[in-house]
Ligand binder design. Structure first.
Ligand SMILES: *Cc1c(COP(=O)(O)O)cnc(C)c1O
Length: 423
């Protein structure tokens, strides 16, 4: 039977737009050959890509299921309802909105739902591991709203809940964000809920990074603690680039109104379909195995790196993410990340808590295991990766391009043994 949803290889793109086609080929080759250790990246299945490339991109459907402003929604309504029902089932929530275009607009919708400009929001500071949209000053969330930012402890690199409570009581934010982009430890949602209750704030759990771990039972869930939950769908959840807002019934109406018509127009229906597919995949037993393996791999990679003298923020990890403080290795984050890329390992430089350096050339390196675990790698491969990372960083310090090229060959061999899924 012919493929009903032809993908890149047979759509005629190569003839219609050879320049763009060549770039796609090039990127596909890069994704095959290199090993992504960027903790926010993953490989989606072919099924998710089929839905993303489907005819649903042709349809306008402002509004929500059974409440649209355009005709012709017979199928779209069913697609969106399927995605919503699956989100509610996978995460165990009362309400889900699958329309936000991505994580940042989803978070902005939360501000639009509950705050007026000038009201106070509290979130983790960006250099401490928080996200821009949690009130950091270069984001509109930090300039249109009064923003209070909490830190991690200087001693142990983890959240000090008493300190967060003190700051919350002193500044009384209306919204309290927990979660972030560079947090290597589990988040104590119950502790955050206690603090939010004491000051009558709405607690938002931003689970963008860990949604897949939560769906797979490898990280505690915020449900029952945080009445509002925000997530992207393209990180550990392994879906298309998109986002969801989930909540208790109490906040459903306000959030829906904030997304549409508050901030957005027509939903990206092809993305909605792909979200439905990824949620179906996330409800399968294999996904539990995947999520557990992501965490186990991160732990082994962390231990192995520490054995090699690497200094990890908070002294390790209990999720998918590892934040390395490179100060003791006498190299900065950016040259380290560039050298690793030459060696075929893709990571990103990152600030570390209390970094004395600027975000564009910080002291840290952020890595994670979601994508390499999707390729089927396990503990043995994590030990190899730790060795390659160590060797590449030593090679970078000696400026040895030859050594980096040698490591790149070994990484390419490893990549070949564990083909990228979905390509
Ligand atoms: C990735 C991320 C976002 C933003 O997602 P985009 O899709 O990049 O806009 C928001 N919050 C957290 C915690 C994230 O990790």
């Amino acid at each position: 039977m012919p493929n009903q949803f032809p993908l890149i290889a047979d759509t005629g793109l190569s003839e219609k737009d050879p320049s763009l086609y060549a770039l796609l080929q090039e990127e596909e080759q890069r994704q095959r050959a290199k090993l992504p250790l960027i903790p926010s990246e993953n490989y989606v299945s072919r099924a998710v890509r089929e839905a993303t490339g489907s005819v649903l991109t042709n349809k306008y459907s402002e509004g929500y299921v059974n409440r649209r402003y355009y005709e012709g929604q017979q199928v779209i309504d069913k697609v969106e309802q399927l995605a919503v029902d699956r989100a509610k089932a996978v995460f165990g929530v009362d309400h889900a909105n699958v329309q936000p275009y991505s994580g940042s607009p989803a978070n902005l919708a939360i501000y639009a739902a509950f705050l007026k400009p000038g009201d106070t929001v509290m979130g983790m500071a960006l250099p401490m591991g928080g996200h821009l949209t949690h009130g950091w000053n270069v984001s509109v969330t930090g300039s249109w709203f009064k923003s209070v930012q909490y830190s991690v402890s200087r001693q142990h690199g983890r959240i000090d809940y008493d300190e967060v409570r003190g700051l919350a009581k002193q500044t009384r934010p209306k919204l309290l964000f927990c979660g972030g982009t560079a947090i290597p430890r589990q988040i104590d949602f119950a502790a955050f809920a206690d603090i939010a209750n004491e000051i009558d704030a709405i607690l938002v759990a931003d689970i963008a990074h860990i949604a897949g771990l939560i769906a797979g039972g490898a990280h505690p869930s915020p449900v029952g603690h945080a009445p509002v939950i925000s997530t992207t769908t393209h990180k550990t959840l392994r879906g298309p680039r998109g986002a969801m807002l989930m909540s208790t019934g109490e906040y459903a109406g306000a959030l829906d109104k904030a997304v549409f018509p508050g901030l957005q127009g027509g939903p990206h229906n092809h993305t909605t379909a792909a979200i439905a597919v990824c949620l179906h995949e996330a409800s399968q037993p294999e996904f539990k195995v995947y999520a557990q393996q992501v965490v186990r791999n991160a732990r082994v990679l962390a231990e192995e790196l520490m054995d090699r003298g690497f200094d990890l923020v908070s002294g390790g990890t209990d999720n998918h993410l590892i934040l390395i403080n490179l100060t003791s290795k006498d190299i900065l984050g950016k040259p380290a990340a560039k050298a690793l890329d030459k060696a075929g390992i893709v990571s990103n430089y990152n600030t570390i808590p209390y970094d004395t350096r600027k975000p564009f050339n910080p002291s840290g390196l952020r890595i994670g295991t979601p994508a390499v675990t999707s390729r089927g790698m396990g503990e043995a491969e994590m030990r190899l990766l730790a060795r390659y990372i160590d060797e590449a960083i030593e090679a970078a310090k000696r400026n040895s391009e030859i050594e980096l090229a040698r490591i790149a060959e070994q990484v390419a061999d490893l990549a070949e043994q564990f083909p990228a899924p979905g390509l």
